[in-house]
Design a protein around this ligand. Structure first.
Ligand SMILES: [Zn+2]
Ligand SMILES: [Zn+2]
Length: 255
């Protein structure tokens, strides 16, 4: 009924009780979890987890903008080979993060462009991360879109200039549980504006636990809270949001 389209199950927060976490996701009626690997070590672990839960946990991989400075030219071919071995269902996350600027901006932009090119070459969706970089994200998406770009703007922060640019290109917009935070009016307003056939839901766990569990570890089963809040702000039933967001995710990731 639900799909968590963005989880980080390889983080140490899940090292001890991952089987319980997955079981709770199943109990909460999640149909699938997309696990996002941020580096090589995470990728190996992600592939192992996906093998443990075939048809339930899927792997996407890229280089997070924080790690953009680790990019080597040979990575393009390496990711291409990995994807071709059918181990990846999406490329990313990739994008721009100007909040921490852990990698130089120019390097983030270069790597973002490379991954958008790779995603299109492989005909895979891109999982896009943008934090405090809306303008440049929109510009690069427009410049790199060769008419074949598919993907999702994940952890959407509510800037509808970027939102509209993404929607115009046929991308999806994914909301996390930060939509449940009292101060997140901008995100809730955005959820009102984005039509249901473009919305996906995610946890981005272990980060961003919903308001009821704030400060604790987030986990895939809590994605239900995201659907609940979107339903509330759009005046819909939670079933409507679950059905649409799951259909969207299945379409994009070809599940
Ligand atoms: Zn992200
Ligand atoms: Zn993430």
């Amino acid at each position: 009924m639900y799909i968590d389209t963005h989880a980080h199950l390889t983080f140490p927060e899940f090292a001890v009780d991952l089987p319980d976490v997955i079981q709770r996701a199943k109990d909460a009626k999640l149909e699938a979890i997309i696990n996002i690997a941020l580096d090589d070590e995470a990728l190996q672990k992600s592939i192992a987890i996906a093998n443990d839960y075939p048809g339930y946990v899927f792997t996407a991989a890229g280089i997070h903008p924080h790690e953009a400075s680790t990019w080597k030219e040979s990575d393009y071919q390496r990711f291409k080979d990995l994807a071709k071995q059918h181990k990846l269902i999406a490329i990313g996350e990739t994008g721009l993060d100007y909040h921490y600027k852990l990698s130089p901006i120019e390097q983030q932009q270069t790597v973002f462009r490379k991954f958008l090119q790779l995603a299109q070459e492989l005909d895979l969706p891109a999982v896009i991360h943008s934090r405090e970089a809306s303008h440049d994200t929109a510009t690069i998406l427009r410049e790199e879109n060769r008419g074949k770009l598919k993907g999702v703007l994940h952890c959407f922060a509510g800037d509808m200039d970027l939102g509209k640019a993404a929607l115009d290109m046929g991308l999806y917009i994914s909301f996390t549980a930060n939509i449940t935070y009292p101060k997140a009016n901008v995100i809730r307003e955005a959820a009102k504006q984005v039509s249901l056939d473009r919305i996906m839901i995610e946890t981005d766990c272990p980060f961003l636990a919903p308001q009821d569990f704030r400060g604790k570890r987030n986990e895939p089963s809590y994605v239900v809270k995201v659907a609940e809040k979107i339903a509330e702000v759009k005046g819909l039933s939670i079933e409507d949001v679950a059905i649409a967001s799951t259909r969207n995710a299945k379409q994009l990731f070809r599940l």
